[in-house]
Design a protein around this ligand. Sequence first.
Ligand code: NAI
Length: 260
Amino acid sequence: MGKLDGKVALVTGSATGIGRATALLFSDEGAKIVIADYAPKEAKETLAMVKDKGNEAIFVEIDVRKSAEVRKMVDTTVDTYGRLDILFNNAGIMGRWIFGGDIDELDLDDIIDTNLKGVFLGSRYAIPVMVKQGGGVILNTASTAGMVSLPGQSIYGASKAGVVMLTRTMALEYADMNIRINCICPGGILTRMSEPDPSGTTPSFRQPQPMRRFGTPEEVARLLLYLASDDASYVNGAAITIDGAWSTGFAKRPPKRPAS
Ligand code: NAI
């Protein structure tokens, strides 16, 4: 018996990285999966990986920055599977490594629209469905950068701090409706996002780590499985770090100014 038998889970940003690992683990645990992403090639690979195991999944091509598309993502989930039990708002981008005084306004819009507005929109359309069906679980991906300052990533950090507060506030708003809303704050996870930038302008996130290694998307997926399942039935409004102790103080060092 799987921990998510009979559940329907929608995972944004599941073409690669943490989202893909989560889609695979949730499907192994019995959930029907909706893979939602704006990168169709990799998303279809995730879809094939789920189906190759004999599990059920569909792919919806959507951009989390666009309200109509996010609404379509939720509608398609309900039209296909009849319900939505778990929404994982995970799609995110990091943006260039640049200090606040030099940030282009369009870059700001892109980061905020993807990382913060995208999480809001997913929740906005999923919550009425969950209220109607008598409950559900929402998981959001924040970041350690939303908890400790990361020079060169002020807007990314602000977007993720926003996700933490959106999570905590919405959790309180819907706590009496059997909807649990939690977020994770990863750091130092081996995905495409943490790869060194080939142009060399962005220092790699793959800096020295307290545990002398990086985390894997599969390790993050196991935390998400716990939060999505009934094992976490009283965990609500939490922001849980998964960063090998990086945000405890190890992260604090003098800011390195990007070359201008
Ligand atoms: P990734 O780059 O492999 O995954 C991001 C996914 O989001 C991709 O599949 C991408 O196509 C999708 N995506 C981006 N913008 C989108 C949009 N507008 N609409 C639809 N899909 C979109 O990187 P990773 O690491 O798996 O990232 C997942 C989440 O984890 C992100 O929110 C990221 O900010 C967060 N995170 C990652 C950390 C790490 O160390 N890798 C640390 C802290 C947070």
